[in-house]
Design a protein around this ligand. Structure first.
Ligand SMILES: Cc1cc2nc3c(=O)[nH]c(=O)nc-3n(C[C@H](O)[C@H](O)[C@H](O)COP(=O)(O)OP(=O)(O)OC[C@H]3O[C@@H](n4cnc5c(N)ncnc54)[C@H](O)[C@@H]3O)c2cc1C
Length: 360
């Protein structure tokens, strides 16, 4: 029996923000691009708290079209103390499903062929990818934009081993707010709680170091009960979601399988911020760079991948190193409120040079 096969110049695995951005950039660079995703539709189901910095509009001029409400400040609640207010914290609460769909539509408009319900199950020694239904995918370059548990990354020695696990609910918000609320506590090792407003509702979630995952459910229930008791949110909850976030930092962008370069972008590359878990902006930015470099490589530019590694280092490594340093400083330590505060982005000490020494 003949196996069904798909061929392309560039194969993109994953159609989240990184994959869609990569597919669009690669197609715009003139390559024949196929992008596949295990999901039936981009961005669904949503696994996200849906906050992006307002500055992302410089990359995505259509951001306002998928924005549900603006964010102007951050409130940081450390244990039971009144919140620290960070007034200048401009952002957007987005409709993440619409955001991902917009990026995927952009990629299709640029000429990429998008295939849904295709899950890659294995990668051969010669760089051929095999779908879980037996379909084969061959390309001159593969881009792994397949998220925190990337198969492309794992197959090429670049698995994300440090992960935060999350759990999130939707709740009614009793009064509208333009702040993201952050909850820091010694009870939340390796993570934090969040309440991100979306008009009359909110995403209420919690992330914890993967090793203490069983505590997620009771701790989030406790946070929900506390906020409901204060009258901030309703007692009803729906829209349960969650997922992993890589917190170990960046991998090398390229590795080889046979003669095929296997590039990574977004969470697969380890670009989510190790302290905040934010990864959407980095996924879009890295996806675009990787897609453009892959198209250049296919058209004969043999310097493209080296330059890509340099660009990634310039764009992401300083902030990732800083965040990893802060994360490490809290690792396993008995944490007091002042340390929790000092290692969170709202505190000026987070940004001082001394703090980055932890990252060495
Ligand atoms: C609960 C939660 C809340 C978050 N909140 C925020 C936030 O508010 N702001 C923020 O900036 N970041 C947030 N993040 C992080 C953010 O969601 C990620 O950084 C971002 O989605 C990374 O994009 P990506 O394209 O790299 O990966 P993903 O969005 O994970 O996309 C990967 C895609 O690859 C597909 N895929 C995976 N494996 C295969 C396979 N074998 N074959 C085919 N397809 C495959 C998946 O179906 C998926 O569509 C949050 C994460 C979680 C879990």
């Amino acid at each position: 029996m003949r196996t069904r096969g798909v061929t392309a110049d560039i194969l993109v695995v994953g159609l989240g923000p990184a994959g869609a951005a990569a597919a669009g950039a690669a197609a715009a660079g003139g390559a024949r691009v196929v992008a596949i995703d295990a999901r039936a539709a981009p961005g669904c189901p949503v696994q996200c708290a849906e906050f992006v910095p307002a500055a992302l509009e410089a990359d995505l001029p259509w951001l306002a079209e998928v924005t549900v409400q603006p964010i102007r400040q951050m409130r940081t609640f450390v244990e039971a103390a009144p919140p620290d207010i960070t007034a200048g914290f401009p952002g957007c609460m987005i409709d993440r499903a619409a955001f991902d769909r917009y990026l995927a539509d952009d990629a299709a408009r640029a000429g990429a062929r998008l295939l849904s319900r295709r899950r890659i199950g294995a990668i051969g020694a010669d760089g051929t990818l095999v779908g879980t239904t037996g379909e084969t995918f061959r390309a001159r370059v593969v881009i792994g934009a397949d998220g925190p548990r990337s198969l492309v990354g794992a197959a090429t020695g670049r698995a994300n081993t440090a992960l935060v696990e999350t759990r999130q609910l939707m709740v009614d918000l009793r009064s509208e707010q333009d702040a993201t609320d952050i909850f820091l506590s010694a009870a939340y090792p390796g993570g934090y709680g969040w309440l991100f407003p979306k008009a009359g509702a909110a995403n209420l979630g919690l992330g914890l170091a993967a090793g203490v995952r069983p505590r997620l459910k009771p701790l989030l229930a406790g946070l929900h009960a506390r906020l409901a008791g204060q009258g901030t949110v309703g007692r009803a909850a729906w829209g349960l979601t969650g997922g992993a976030i890589p917190v170990g930092g960046r991998h090398p962008v390229a590795a080889w399988r046979g003669s095929i370069p296997m590039l990574l972008a977004g969470d697969a590359l380890g670009l989510a911020n190790p302290v905040t878990g934010a990864g959407i902006a980095a996924a879009v930015q890295s996806g675009r760079l990787v897609g453009a470099a892959a198209a250049a490589w296919v058209s004969g530019d043999r310097t493209a991948l080296e330059l890509l590694e340099e660009d990634m280092a310039l764009l992401f490594d300083a902030s990732l190193r800083r965040a990893r340093g802060h994360r490490r400083a809290l690792d396993g330590a008995a944490v007091d409120p002042d340390s929790l505060r000092a290692h969170w982005i709202a505190d000026p000490r987070y940004w001082t040079e001394a703090a980055t020494e932890h990252a060495a």
